[in-house]
Design a protein around this ligand. Structure first.
Ligand code: ATP
Length: 239
């Protein structure tokens, strides 16, 4: 599903947080958003989710103006957002129940998603009994179970240690290859951005789009080209 912002502007009271953002995200594209702290990355993501009133401009999802939230656009947070009192399986069943999937099929579907993220055997555990990386995988399974057409992720791997983070990046690529979905994610990590994303949008401190840098070999073993890294970093410094 395509996403488009046309001169998107968001104010919080007197303050302009996003200013005239024009962005086009292709169907099944992965776009990373980066920029200095407080520049409006989370605000952009929440606006794309339909969670925030837009002050000026507009957002189009598959050409249709976004006026509120939709199950088609799933928001994923750094904090895993799992319900602590529900088992891993019952957390993953939640979006299936919301979609109206009959009870008997929910269980089988939830187990299949958990299997795909490498958590077969943990269905009956409570979230607190799992490591941070495992909880993040439960969140990924739960997101995928909702069959979103767009995934909006706010620093989804920000709280993980380096090794777990790398494993989660690879897992995301693996599931994305099986079912390419439009993804917009926020990250502070330039290498993560250039590894996962087709393009990296850099925001300025005052909430404008500074530049968009294309990644020449996303989702491959090729390390990010030095020139691309330099271009993103340069955008961040100038921002
Ligand atoms: N609900 C709100 N009301 C008023 N101001 C807000 C609100 N939410 C965010 N802001 C302000 O808007 C600006 C942008 O916030 P946002 O969280 O989008 O930035 P960010 O780029 O995601 O930051 P970080 O990288 O630190 O997570 C910040 O200055 C923040 O203080």
């Amino acid at each position: 599903m395509t996403l488009r912002t046309e001169h998107l502007t968001v104010h919080y009271g007197q303050r302009t947080v996003l200013s005239g953002i024009d962005l086009d995200v292709a169907d099944a594209e992965i776009l990373a958003v980066t920029g200095p702290s407080g520049c409006g990355k989370s605000t952009l993501l929440r606006a794309l989710a339909g969670l925030l009133p837009v002050s000026a401009g507009r957002i189009l999802s598959a050409g249709v103006p976004v006026t509120g939230t939709s199950a088609e656009r799933a928001l994923v947070f750094q904090d895993d957002g799992l319900l602590p009192w529900r088992s891993v399986r019952r957390n993953v069943e939640l979006p299936l129940a919301i979609r109206g999937v009959p009870r008997a099929r929910r269980r089988a579907e939830a187990e299949s998603w958990l299997d795909q993220v490498g958590l077969a055997g943990y269905e009956d555990h409570l979230p607190r009994e799992l490591s941070g990386g495992m909880r993040q995988r439960v969140q990924l399974a739960r997101t995928l179970a909702g069959s979103p057409r767009v995934i909006l992720a706010d620093e989804p791997f920000g709280a993980l240690d380096a090794q777990t983070r790398t494993a989660m990046q690879r897992l995301l690529v693996e599931v994305w290859r099986k079912r390419p979905t439009t993804v917009v994610f926020v990250t502070h990590d330039v290498d993560e951005a250039l590894f996962l994303a087709d393009r990296v949008a850099v925001l300025t401190r005052d909430g404008r789009l500074a530049k968009i840098v294309g990644s020449s070999s996303p989702r491959t073993a090729e390390p990010a080209a030095a020139a691309e890294r330099a271009e993103v970093l340069d955008g961040l410094v100038a921002a």
